[in-house]
Design a protein around this ligand. Structure first.
Ligand code: 2HA
Ligand code: ZN
Length: 275
């Protein structure tokens, strides 16, 4: 068996390719990371190379010490992931303190993990803690319609959550805890990572104003599905706002309350304000 035939690698490649096909990954835009299970590490270990070179992550994630991740590369293109996975993605291992990483497989032509590694790892650390280790995927994409909305909607969690919930009946069921919004910040560093990971304490989705979206989830299907659902509802909202500034009818707060009861989800009341 080849490394690229192992199921978690195949799932990762398929997800990256799906994102590329949706148009969310122009040039080197976007990044993806997966926190590997013990069985993934065991299956991949025969392909690991020896590497004693440790590199600083740029932040500290003690809750992830000793863990292994599959990640996309800085400056690498999602478009190339399925064609050339050996060069586009890599397995990294974190040291016991969660301060440094080393590359064990991948980036064949040279390279390093995504420029957003601090955000990915800080989000993983929060999600591992709050979901008892269930969540394993963090995904950042340049979703066109969500980005467009960050120029016209107030940059508040309440407005983004409510407006996107209203655009498709399934939305409050798919992201019942809502959506967080990070104002425009310089990408790639620790500050935006701290801001995003704070939001990940309570949400699975965080908007980066004028930049894109971060989504977190249990597996590739759920995380891609979440990204897709949020971006699709943003597309509907862009269409609605392009037709008219005023909706003639919509889903109302009491409708959401009925939906929550029947679908057994909790929708925070702060999103169900009267307009
Ligand atoms: O990898 O998307 O946010 C390029 C980016 C940085
Ligand atoms: Zn980006």
């Amino acid at each position: 068996m080849e490394m690229t035939e192992i199921s978690f690698i195949k799932g990762f490649i398929r997800m990256a390719d799906d994102g590329w096909k949706r148009g969310w990954h122009e040039r080197n835009g976007g990044n993806l990371s997966y926190r590997m299970k013990d069985e993934d590490v065991a299956a991949a270990r025969p392909f690991f190379k020896k590497n004693e070179t440790w590199t600083d992550i740029g932040t500290s994630v003690p809750g992830l010490g000793g863990e292994f991740f599959l990640v996309t590369g800085s400056g690498k293109y999602f478009r190339n992931v399925s064609l050339n996975p050996e060069d586009s993605i890599a397995v990294i291992e974190l040291d016991e303190k969660g301060e440094r990483y080393r590359i064990l497989w991948g980036f064949e032509g040279g390279g390093r993990p995504t420029s957003e590694l601090p955000s990915h790892l800080m989000n993983h650390e929060v999600k591992k803690r709050v979901t008892d280790g269930k969540y394993r995927v963090i995904y950042h994409a340049h979703t066109t319609n969500v980005i467009a909305l960050t120029f016209v909607l107030p940059l508040s969690d309440e407005v983004f959550t409510r407006e996107l919930w209203e655009m498709a009946t399934e939305c409050p069921v798919v992201f019942p805890s809502g959506i967080g919004v990070v104002p425009w910040m310089v990408p790639g560093g620790r500050d935006i990572a701290v801001a995003t990971s704070k939001l990940m304490e309570k949400y699975d989705v965080a908007v980066w104003a004028h930049h894109g979206l971060f989504a977190a989830g249990e597996d590739f299907d759920l995380t891609f599905g979440l990204m897709h659902t949020v971006e699709k509802s943003a597309e509907i909202l862009v269409k609605v706002l392009s037709i008219t500034p005023h909706k003639l009818q919509t889903i109302k707060p009491d409708d959401f309350r009925s939906l929550a009861k029947d679908f057994n989800v909790t929708l925070p009341e702060r999103f169900l304000y009267e307009k």
